[in-house]
Design a protein around this ligand. Sequence first.
Ligand SMILES: N[C@@H](CCC[C@H](N)C(=O)O)C(=O)O
Length: 276
Amino acid sequence: MTVPFQKYHGTGNDFLIIHANEHVPNRGALAKRECDRTDGVGADGVLFLALEEDFNPPRVVMTLFQPDGKTAEMCGNGARCAAEWAMERTGTDSVMIDTQAGTLRADRDGKNVVVEMTDLTFDPEEVPVDADEPVLEEEIEGLEVSVVNTGVTHAVSFVDDVDEVDLEAVAPPVRHADVFPEGTNVTIASPDGEGGFDQRTYERGVEGETDSCGTGAVAIAVVARRLGLTDADPVDVHPPGGDLQVSFNERGRPTLAGPVEHEFDGEVTLESPVES
Ligand SMILES: N[C@@H](CCC[C@H](N)C(=O)O)C(=O)O
């Protein structure tokens, strides 16, 4: 038995999209298998999307399964891909996206898909991080980090040059540090000289570096503003896979803008009626 998928990427952060109406008995097992870049289709995650077309704007319920088979509450680039998928199907330029971290509005703006992100927090209890005060420029496992939740947790470190950092060596101890009860993504940034930042992110759930991370780009912008490292608006963020812009709207919420590509469509096999 097979189920159809569509493959999208947002600045290199790539996802299989499967309609939530498809009967997939074990979504985690499918994500583990098909995200594998050697034996599966290869992706940073699988988005299961339910489309509710009767609303104006249409609504999409988004659930992200990561390559480790677990869900994540939020994904900035995933939300932009989900928005493009829903806009293509409904012929609209705006959609609402329901995530575990809250409801987001997404709009098409020329070649970009722009998502208004969830409320962000430095509050240790909500991040979550085991600390009494917000963690700002503190050393965790040898890396000076500031910790924020932009839908998911990010430990953000500003360095002179992101390309000089051995991320696969530096990030895992921080990602698994005891102070993070649910783990963390690890994002490093260096100034681009024009108020923006180069970005690299080691993602929880992928357990490796991805070509782009939307919540990570937003984390860089909000931490940089809080530390007085930039007053640019938008803040241009350059992950390896493209260019993102983070702005702050009239409600004080960050927006994330960038291109989305529909790569190809295909089918994946359900290995058995009940996957283990
Ligand atoms: N790539 C995503 C973030 C996905 C979730 C993350 N790996 C986590 O487990 O917190 C993005 O674009 O934001």
